[in-house]
Design a protein around this ligand. Structure first.
Ligand SMILES: Cc1ncc(COP(=O)(O)O)c(C=O)c1O
Length: 442
């Protein structure tokens, strides 16, 4: 039973603002660049452009392109600009969605429905994915009735292409690679993986949710980035999140198809509703106009040159951090990340305990497992905190090296325990119970 009751009387607007600020005071401190996940930020000027565009479209509803033609225009322009960046060619098409998960869900739906039409003999469709792929693929498979075939990756987060090839079966309808992956920032061998999928006549998706708006610029800056976008034959669809390195607030992603004909399989149309013919491109019905307007505005505001400058700053911060961390006794960078995300592992130190101690010093660094590691996604704003971050990491690593295993407590101990449980079904049960309790209303 909910303990909080519906309010009887209203609260004055000024008072509400104060209440909101009080509520926020315990949240993650992202404004001063002490967080390495969750918020991507370019600077105050870009934040203002975002806020103004959101405010201008705060109530507009993207459900109807006829009622709000300006939203239709901005969405198609954002999709076209993204397709241009990712070498989509003139037949490319796509839509804006609420985020990476929805973009991946839409591509998976399109691939499944395409296979339903072209390969009706497949009754139990399968998705071939890597262990390092974002769980949005598992979620899409769960919602869409696809069986996941999960290919392992090495401790350096690399896929064995022979294993990848052997994961395909006559039932495979959707395959993927990441450019780059979230946990360790690894660009999968997209050209080779897409060729394997194409050889088997399977739809291949590149998940560039994090990489889509930074890799093209990192490549332009002269860093060695292997081909990862529509230039690669066999790439059928892509996802790229504007709310990550596009520097827009949450609720903005793009799903792209090599050919506009493929996008048809993504759409939902119901022609027999008493409320009229109903058609939506993505999952949501009503769609907030703000994220569309903000995406359009930031792309216009920064332009290619602006994004290039920001990518140079983010890369500089990343390289300084990776070099500094590699020099800290006991820590190493996992695999060969090529851009602005990386994972930090250790063979001798409890990295979760380092994460906890960094938290006590005001940093927010996520813990990961398989293998145990800390996660860094670096934004341009991190350039100014590189030295303090390295100093704190150095000191906390030293403190942890003096700890005995039984001294590890708190979040680090809990995360370590769940991460290392041999029975993963038990880990799932514990997490389900934990989440159910977390969102309790009373
Ligand atoms: C590689 C990758 N794909 C997909 C997603 C899912 O994106 P979202 O959280 O916007 O749904 C993420 C999120 O971090 C990601 O890093």
């Amino acid at each position: 039973m909910a303990a909080v009751k519906f309010p009887q009387n209203g609260v004055a607007a000024g008072e509400l603002n104060k209440m909101l600020q009080d509520l926020k005071s315990g949240d993650m401190a992202w404004r001063d660049a002490r967080a390495f996940s969750m918020v991507f930020r370019a600077g105050e000027d870009v934040s203002r452009v975002v806020a103004d565009a959101l405010a201008a479209y705060v109530f507009e509803n993207g459900l109807s392109p006829f009622a709000f033609p300006s939203l239709l225009r901005m969405e198609t322009e954002v999709v076209a600009m993204t397709a241009d960046l990712l070498h989509g060619g003139e037949n490319a098409a796509g839509n804006m969605t609420s985020g990476g998960t929805e973009s991946i869900m839409m591509a998976a739906k399109a691939a499944r429905d395409y296979a339903r039409e072209k390969k009706p003999g497949i009754k139990e469709p399968e998705l071939v994915m890597l262990r390092s792929a974002h769980p949005a693929f598992n979620k899409a498979a769960h919602f869409l009735g696809l069986k996941t075939v999960i290919v392992p990756v090495s401790d350096a987060s690399e896929v064995d292409l022979a294993e990848y090839r052997s994961a395909f079966s006559p039932n495979t309808v959707f395959a993927m690679g990441s450019a780059f992956s979230y946990p360790h920032g690894i660009i999968d061998p997209i050209a080779e993986m897409a060729a394997i999928a194409a050889g088997k006549g399977v739809w291949f998706h590149v998940d560039s949710c994090v990489g889509g708006f930074i890799l093209p610029f990192v490549e332009k800056l002269g860093y060695p980035i292997p081909p990862f976008d529509f230039r690669v034959p066999g790439v059928t669809s892509m996802s790229a999140d504007v709310h990550k390195y596009g520097y827009v607030s949450k609720g903005a992603s793009v799903v792209l198809y090599r050919d506009v004909e493929l996008r048809k399989y993504q759409l939902f149309v119901y022609a027999d509703w008493s409320g009229g013919v109903y058609a939506t491109p993505c999952i949501s019905g009503a769609r907030p106009g703000g994220p569309v307007a903000a995406s359009w505005a930031v792309m216009k505001y920064l332009g290619y040159e602006g994004y290039l400058r920001l990518a140079a700053e983010a890369m500089k911060a990343t390289q300084l951090l990776m070099e500094g961390i590699s020099r800290i006794n006991g820590l190493y960078i996992i695999g060969s990340p090529k851009a602005t995300t990386f994972g930090v592992g250790s063979k001798s130190l409890n990295v979760y305990a380092i994460g906890d101690k960094m938290k006590q010093r005001g940093w927010h660094i996520d813990s990961q497992h398989l293998p145990p590691s800390l996660h860094f996604t670096v934004s341009p704003m991190h350039l100014k905190v590189v030295d303090t971050c390295l100093k704190d990491l150095q000191e906390t690593a030293q403190e942890v090296s003096a700890m005995k295993p039984e001294d590890v407590s708190g979040d680090a101990a809990i995360y370590g325990m769940i991460g290392s449980l041999p029975d993963r079904a038990q880990a799932k049960d514990i997490t389900t119970q934990y989440f159910n309790d977390l969102y309790k209303t009373g």
